[in-house]
Write a protein of this length. Structure first.
Length: 482
């Protein structure tokens, strides 16, 4: 195991600047750019949007679900016989499906209070988990409705299916919507995602909106809760319209307005290591973004091959007043194309997003980075007040990113850096085990911990921190794969 540490004290690193205090950092090595290094942007905490915690969001979702069930109860005067019970169960599941897809879209609408309060990785996990529930409800809804109608009409399931498809309004469209959601759910399964390019998955995922549109008309045309209840139709439509407006506003209008105000453009691209580059993005009035170290933006680079989708990349240095830096590892066609960006390329940015931000608790902090997960932690390392220990895990020396910058920051501010390099076989055990962590960080159980890296590394590191005695509320983590 390679373990290199920079200890607090008077030692200096060649080229390091004196640590200027919290919320600032030594200027990064200059990019191949026509602009000077970024000036640190002043914090403006008073203008930050509100945050909504997980419990508050879950409470709102549960209350909404209970109201949907109450709507079904109000519109169902009585249930009789097997067919009635099956049909009733299918109807309430259908209503929950209609409500659930709205919740899923709202979670990923990029609403700032949600992004700040929960963090995008948690929202993405909730979205994925909810998607599995919705697909299951859609299948159960279709089967129960067909079975219930067949039992009531004393007909077989096949003939009743044909009757529903040909004689009931919009049932055919709803069936197409159900199969679309089922297909998207299959493609989004973890095993399938590993075999599908991100670009392919992204385009297929867009069909979710088509499925929602097809199913919406079916709900109003055939749903017993809406056929004769004008108020229910109005509020159900208002719910869908509200989420549609949120998506259009935060995914399209906000980036356009932000570009008009800040004039984002590429000012330089720099190689940081094998397959890793940094992109410097210039503009104006960046202090008004209220971005914090550890957060990320969704970037849309306006070139022929990149304009069609936005991708999330963390800030890899504290935000400046006129320059932002992101660092990207070559993991696919999109990230590979970023290396070819030219100065002057226009950029549309959404953000800042994420709740993975430093908190001055006065207890000290330990940062655990894995691979390119160092990018948000590098920014936090330079700005988090108090004594900080950075533990950087990598498979080989060439996988270490920002080593010179990290050493300079550590020497300038009196921090500690440990590089844990090599495979487990080479090291002779788990380099992030509770025993190793306690030996590297005295008083670990009294400190705040920040973890970022691949999903497997993040999970094992969080478990090790818990086993080492760090309270759950003091562990902040963000998976680098959402």
């Amino acid at each position: 195991m390679t373990s290199v540490a920079r200890r607090s004290g008077p030692a200096r690193h060649a080229g390091a600047e004196a640590y200027p205090g919290p919320r600032r950092e030594p200027a990064p090595r200059p990019a191949p750019s026509r602009r000077p290094p970024a000036r640190p942007a002043p914090a403006r905490p008073g203008n930050r949007p509100a945050r909504v915690g997980p419990r508050g969001v879950l409470a709102v979702i549960i209350v909404g679900a209970l109201m949907v069930i109450a709507l079904w109860w109000h519109s169902t005067p009585g249930v009789h016989g097997l067919g009635g019970w099956l049909t009733g169960a299918g109807e309430v599941l259908g209503l929950l499906c209609g409500y659930g897809v709205v919740v899923l879209v709202a979670l990923m609408s990029r609403l700032p209070p949600l992004e700040r309060g929960l963090g995008t990785d948690k929202l993405a996990r909730w979205h994925a988990m909810g998607g599995r529930y919705i697909v299951s409800l859609v299948v159960a809804h279709g089967l129960l409705i067909v079975w219930g109608y067949a039992a009531t009409a004393h007909a077989n399931v096949v003939s009743e299916s044909a009757t529903l498809l040909t004689q009931y309004p919009d049932v055919l469209m709803a069936t197409v919507a159900g199969f679309l959601l089922l297909g998207i759910g299959i493609v989004s399964m973890r095993a399938a995602r590993r075999r599908v390019r991100y670009e392919t998955w992204y385009f297929l995922h867009l069909y979710t909106y088509l499925a929602i549109a097809l199913a919406f008309s079916h709900q109003l045309a055939d749903g017993a809760a809406f056929v004769s209840n004008l108020a229910a139709r109005f509020w159900w439509s208002a719910m869908y319209l509200t989420v549609l407006v949120l998506v259009l506003w935060y995914r399209f209008a906000v980036p356009l307005l932000a570009y008009r105000r800040h004039r984002f453009e590429v000012v330089g691209v720099k190689a940081e290591g094998p397959g890793v580059i940094s992109v410097y993005i210039g503009g104006r009035r960046f202090e008004e973004l209220d971005a914090e170290p550890g957060q990320f933006f969704r970037w849309r680079f306006m070139t022929r091959s990149l304009w069609w989708s936005s991708h999330p990349f963390s800030l890899s240095a504290a935000p400046g007043s006129d320059v932002l830096r992101i660092t990207v590892k070559n993991l696919g066609d999109h990230s590979q194309a970023l290396a070819q960006l030219q100065p002057g390329t226009r950029v549309f940015a959404e953000g800042p997003y994420g709740a993975f931000t430093p908190a001055d608790s006065g207890r000290g902090a330990v940062l655990l980075a894995g691979g390119v997960g160092i990018t948000p932690l590098r920014a936090i390392f330079a700005t988090l007040p108090g004594h900080v220990t950075l533990i950087y895990r990598a498979s080989s020396e060439r996988d270490l990113v920002f080593r010179a910058e990290l050493d300079a920051i550590a020497a300038a501010r009196g921090a500690t850096v440990h590089y844990l390099v090599g495979s487990r076989a080479q090291i002779g055990g788990d380099p992030l085990s509770p025993r190793v962590l306690r030996s590297l960080v005295p008083g670990l159980d009294q400190q705040e911990a920040y973890v970022c890296g691949p999903a497997g590394m993040t999970s094992s590191a969080v478990r090790a921190l818990r086993a080492a005695g760090v309270p759950r509320r003091h562990i902040h983590f963000e998976s680098f794969e959402f």
